[in-house]
Design a protein around this ligand. Structure first.
Ligand code: ATP
Ligand code: MG
Ligand code: MG
Ligand code: MG
Length: 434
């Protein structure tokens, strides 16, 4: 993308309404634009990042054996009456009527709908286990939408739903998602800690929230240091094997949100092992047995001919919230510092003297080699402005092309994450970026 033609509306002023750094930077770098309270349009830089995040979520869901579908945003109130949640859900649900006065709603989550869809297909024990997920916009009429996309009213969520014949099977499905989540967040450069959590309005017996430590987080959390030192990417799980030992390695450490906090257990940890901090919830998994399958009439025939009510779980990831959370974890005074895996563009080519023959030729060469991963600052602007914009937008690499270096076929390569700069030949720069 050439900056001279791009739609990247950066702001010089810090927007007054933004209270936290990720919100400020998302507005300043032109990632999103608020269109109503808690509702955002995603502009090119933000949209590319959101798709990168979404793709990592998708790959890890697929790897763990879940299958992608796409359910609608609009649901019928009748489905929610069957589960008994229509009245219980309260004012966070956006309720609508169609022209025939039928009651509809904008889905805040999809347990009812997926159970209904699955019930129409699953007849026998051979149709289980299955895990279905989708990545779809949700609406929750939050009392206080704030912090930009972190607590929006319309937001993108990945929600998966597992169906099993037995509680043991459902526990295995839960563990698959538990481990897939650890990998998902780690691939985005985030340290998300699984914490025993309250099951809340979804209901059920077993639940973990995945939480990123950040001062601006809305939850108070308590974690043992040992947990923070573990690396989720150290090994790839075999999702068909017994996952209990791997999961236990994580759950044996103390980690809890304040709702589940156990003062006595906490006090028994050595002082230097206790980390109490603020956290951002980026994912949440639940096992809830037959809470929806029972009232929604999901039944399959077991191997012995008897009817079985499947055991279910649901597994959410805040895809759009993650974009904000990644920025909370990766920024400095100058702007965003994208981790490679989610960066909207891999590198910016900064031409310090557009119109200069060798600068133009060299810049075009690097830009062509980058393909669609590159963004080219070909604007007729001061160098200072170009550096500031590249730092603000946070591209992992900057390739700085100035007249002195260009005469010798040299460019400067800057790594945004560390600030390191090196003068290299254009061939080396291209090789490094490919
Ligand atoms: P929160 O405690 O932040 O209100 P929640 O517990 O109500 O979230 P869940 O029902 O567990 O949310 O939904 C799954 C995931 O969706 C959450 O872990 C979070 O990452 C994301 N999410 C929930 N509400 C919002 C929102 N208003 N804006 C953006 N993401 C959200
Ligand atoms: Mg909520
Ligand atoms: Mg919550
Ligand atoms: Mg939750």
């Amino acid at each position: 993308m050439r900056l001279s033609r791009a739609f990247l509306p950066t702001l010089k002023e810090t927007p007054a309404e933004a209270q936290i750094v990720s919100h400020r930077l998302m507005l300043r770098a032109g990632l999103v634009r608020q269109t109503s309270a808690g509702i955002y349009a995603w502009l090119p830089l933000g949209w590319r990042t959101l798709q990168k995040v979404e793709q990592i979520v998708r790959e890890e869901q697929d790897r763990a054996g879940a299958q992608e579908i796409l359910m609608p945003t609009i649901q019928s109130a009748d489905l929610w009456r069957q589960s008994g949640r229509y009245d219980a859900y309260g004012p966070e649900m956006l309720r609508l009527k169609d022209r025939h006065e039928r009651e509809m709603l904008f889905g805040p989550t999809n347990e009812e709908m997926v159970t209904d869809i699955f019930a129409q297909f699953a007849k026998s024990y051979r149709d289980l286990p299955r895990n279905l997920y989708h990545i779809q916009w949700k609406f929750r009429d939050e009392v206080r939408p704030r912090f930009g996309v972190m607590r929006g009213r319309e937001f993108l969520m990945k929600d998966a739903y597992s169906f099993d014949l037995t509680k043991e099977g459902a526990t295995h499905s839960y563990r698959q998602m538990f481990l897939a989540y650890l990998r998902t967040f780690a691939r985005m450069g985030l340290k998300a800690i699984p914490m025993r959590a309250d099951t809340g309005p979804i209901g059920g017996d077993l639940s973990h929230e995945f939480i990123i430590l950040a001062d601006t987080g809305e939850s108070q959390v308590f974690v043992s240091k040992g947990m923070l030192e573990m690396d989720p990417l150290a090994e790839t799980p075999d999702y068909d094997a017994d996952l209990a030992p791997l999961v236990e390695r994580w759950t044996s450490h103390y980690a809890a949100t304040d709702e589940m906090h156990d003062e006595a257990a906490w006090a028994s940890l050595p002082e230097d092992q206790r980390v109490s901090a603020r956290g951002i919830e980026v994912g949440h998994i639940f096992y809830f047995g037959t809470k929806y399958s029972q009232p929604m009439g999901l039944r399959v025939q077991g191997a012995d001919g008897q009817a079985v009510v499947p055991e279910m779980g649901s597994y959410g990831i805040g895809v759009s919230r993650l974009v904000g959370a990644i920025i909370e974890a990766n920024h400095d005074e100058a702007g965003i510092k994208w981790p490679d895996a989610v960066a909207p563009f891999k590198a910016a080519v900064i031409n310090l003297k557009p119109g200069d023959l060798s600068c133009d030729a060299l810049s075009e060469r690097v830009y062509a080699a980058l393909g669609t991963d590159g963004i080219y600052d070909d604007r007729d602007e001061r160098a200072g402005r170009k550096f500031a914009d590249a730092d603000l937008m946070g591209h992992p690499w900057q390739v700085i092309v100035g007249p002195r270096g260009a005469a010798a076929d040299k460019v400067e390569l800057k790594r945004r994450m560390t600030g390191e700069r090196h003068e290299v030949s254009v061939e080396d720069a291209i090789a490094r970026l490919n």
